[in-house]
Write a protein that binds this ligand. Structure first.
Ligand SMILES: C[S@@+](CC[C@H](N)C(=O)[O-])C[C@H]1O[C@@H](n2cnc3c(N)ncnc32)[C@H](O)[C@@H]1O
Length: 338
């Protein structure tokens, strides 16, 4: 039973959000009775209170629907026809509780439900890791084809793994490959360990704690997949509450958003096999990357299901331009430390 709701829906709303209900007549909340009613009301309230979205849900309606169903222990794909079922009093309170938590905390829904979905797989998440949302999911589902020959992928590294979602999804899609994952954050690796265990991969998926490649034992990968921090200084100063509740270590990447990418490009060649390929997500820092490395052949992926700012680079291209990459990367690192 919710600890918030013994005084009724309207006082619970005040306790949870610190604000009065933005409705003409709070009594009217007593008229809400079905699952659909609560999804609709939650959507309106999320919009009225100016919440922001972008952690796996695009609209207030999507996020309210997910949270209401989660509170009722129902799966996200619950059939439309059952949305008109009437809730019991206890269930109404549980639903108001979870909607209230979202309104009051301004945290992404995934931190409240402690779960997130990526490549159709469920992952445990909490505030120690970013909420999985990378468009790289689409590449994994397609075995990274046509950019790689998936039959030639035997060793994969997920660099900057966070919750472990990319590595774990890769292990499902490349059953016979050896998959490795690394992160600098001990906290993030603890979450990755939980997910590795929940997916029954303790015996095969190896995790490294490492500042990029620094502590990864020398070896060669056919595929490196990397969603590093890439938010530039301007965007970092404009983050909504929802994004600010994620670990800054997973987002901030210096003035131009390329602080980590500079180091990755410098070192990746040494960890890729001859025909190896690296996929890097840089989001809004795509333009900065193209401007900084104009000589480097980067293939920017067109996603069928949305998203952008992910490119792939062949090891041969990295090797060919190693001297130029080194000059730029060393200069950028010196500037970042000045
Ligand atoms: C954008 S998050 C990506 C998490 C996950 N791969 C995903 O797609 O949801 C970036 C991750 O990089 C890690 N990170 C930040 N700096 C790092 C570094 N120098 N070396 C390794 N990992 C780093 C952060 O801890 C964070 O987990």
């Amino acid at each position: 039973m919710s600890r918030y709701l013994k005084y009724g829906v309207e006082s619970a709303h005040y306790i949870l959000t610190g604000s009065k209900l933005n409705v003409v007549n709070p009594e009217s909340l007593k008229e809400l009775s079905t699952i659909r009613d609560f999804i609709r009301w939650g959507s309106s309230e999320f919009n009225r209170q100016g919440l922001s979205f972008g952690h796996g849900f695009v609209t207030a309606l999507d996020e309210a629907r997910y949270l209401v169903l989660h509170a009722l222990a129902l799966p996200p794909e619950w059939p439309e026809t059952f949305l008109d079922c009437v809730l019991t009093k206890d269930e109404r309170e549980q639903v108001m509780d979870i909607l209230g938590q979202r309104l009051k905390s301004r945290k992404p829904a995934a931190y409240i439900s402690r779960e997130s979905w990526f490549c159709g797989l469920r992952f445990y998440v909490d505030e120690r890791v970013l909420v999985p949302r990378s468009p790289i999911a689409e590449l994994i589902s397609n075995h990274f084809e046509p950019w790689v020959d998936s039959n030639q992928v035997h060793r994969i590294l997920d660099l900057c793994t966070g919750s472990g979602c990319i590595a774990i999804a890769c292990q499902y899609m490349f059953e016979d490959a050896a998959v490795f994952a690394s992160d600098i954050s001990r906290d993030a690796l603890e979450v990755a360990r939980v997910n590795r265990h929940e997916h029954g991969l303790d015996e095969c998926l190896e995790l490294y704690q490492s500042d990029l490649f620094d502590d990864i034992p020398a070896q060669q990968f056919d595929l490196i997949v990397c969603n590093p921090p890439y938010v530039d200084a301007v965007d970092m100063s404009n983050l909504s509450d929802e994004f600010q509740s994620e670990p800054g270590l997973g987002l901030a990447a210096g003035e131009d958003g390329l602080a980590l990418v500079d180091r990755i490009l410098l070192q990746a060649g040494g960890y890729l096999s001859e025909q190896g390929v690296i996929f890097i997500e840089v989001g809004n820092s795509q333009a900065a990357m193209m401007e900084k490395y104009p000589f480097l052949s980067m293939t920017w992926i067109d996603f069928e299901f949305g998203g952008s700012g992910v490119c792939c680079i062949q090891n041969q291209d990295l090797k060919q331009h190693q001297a130029s990459i080194e000059a730029i990367s060393r200069g950028a690192q010196a500037a970042n430390h000045a």
